[in-house]
Design a protein around this ligand. Sequence first.
Ligand code: AMP
Ligand code: MG
Length: 335
Amino acid sequence: MLCLGIESTAHTFGCSVLEFSSIGNTGQLLSDIRESYVPPEGTGIHPREASRHHAETSSATLKRSLQKAEISIKDIDVIAYSAGPGLGPCLRIGAVVARTLAAFYKKPLVPVNHALGHIELGAMLTGASDPLVLLVSGGHTMIMAFSGNRWRVFGETLDITIGQLLDQFGRALGFASPCGSKIEQLANQSSKSYLHFPYVVKGNDVSLSGLLTTATRLALDTSNALPDICYSLQETAFAMIAETIERAISFTGKKQTMIVGGVAANKRLAEMLESACKRLDVNLFVCPIRFAGDNGAQIAWTGILEYVTTKKQVSIEKSFIRQSWRVDTVDVSWR
Ligand code: AMP
Ligand code: MG
C-alpha cells in the first residue's frame, strides 16, 4: 500500500511516498523531497511569503517525489496531509494540494497532526517502542509519554519554544533563519566561559523568554564574546530541559527517551540528555538528523498508520486545517 504524505506547516513544503507492508506493520520510504522557504537575513518566516513559496514549489516537489519513488500518482492508495498545528496560510497550501489530488484521483484523504508525525517517524526510524518523547522544534518544546490511547504532555514551554529562542536570537544578530545550527557552531568555538542566564523551571515546565532577553542584552555589549553567549545560552536552555526530562523519567518509569524535532540535530543537547539517561539507566534514541526537521515522510507514515488501523478518512467538504491542534487531543489507535 502506498501513501503520499504532504507537509507544509511552516518553512518546508515536502512530499514523500511511503510503502506500507501489513507484514509486521512496517514502512519503507520510497522518496522524500523537500523545498524550504528561506527568509531574508535577520527576519523570520513571513506566513504569506512562505505560503507563496509553497504554492510555487508544490507541483515540482510532488513531481520529483513521484519520480524518485518511480510511481505515478494513480498508484497512490492514500493521501495524507499535515493539518496542523502550523501557520494558517502555509497549512492551506498543503491542504489544497491534498484535497485536489484526492478529489481528482478519488483517493482517501487523511489529516495528520504534525507533532504526532514527528513522534511516529522518530519511533519508526530509531526503533523506540515506548519512549518518553522530547519534541523540540520551531513550534514545540514538549515532553510527552503515551498513556491510555493518547500522547500525554508532562511538561512544555510556558512561553516561546526552544526553536523560537535560537531563531529569534540569531535573527537579532542578523543571521538567516533558521539559526539553530549557526548558534551551535558558534557555541563550539567558545572558550566555555559561562555568562549568567536566568534558569527558569516551574514543575515540569520551562520558561525560555528570559533567556532571549538576556542573550540579546549580552550581545549589545561588545566585551562579551559571541561564542560565549551562544555557549551559555545553549548550556542553560538544555540544562533546563534535561532537568525536566529527568523528572519525567522518574515519574513515568519509562525505560526509553527519544528526541525529535529540528533541535534534535543539536549534538550538545543529545550529549546532555545522554548523560541524564545514563544516570537513570534509560536508553536514549535521537531522530536521525535528516528526519529531525519537518518532512513529508512523517506525514506519510502517520497517515498510513491511521488509515490502516481505523480506516478513517475525511471527505473533501469536512477536511480541515487547525493552526493550534494540540497533540494531546488526538486519539491514537495503533499503539
Ligand atoms: P522544525 O520546526 O522541526 O523543522 O525544526 C526547526 C528548528 O530546528 C529551527 O528552530 C532550527 O533553528 C532548529 N535547529 C536546526 N538545527 C539545529 C541545531 N543543530 N541546533 C539547534 N537547533 C537546530
Ligand atoms: Mg516540526
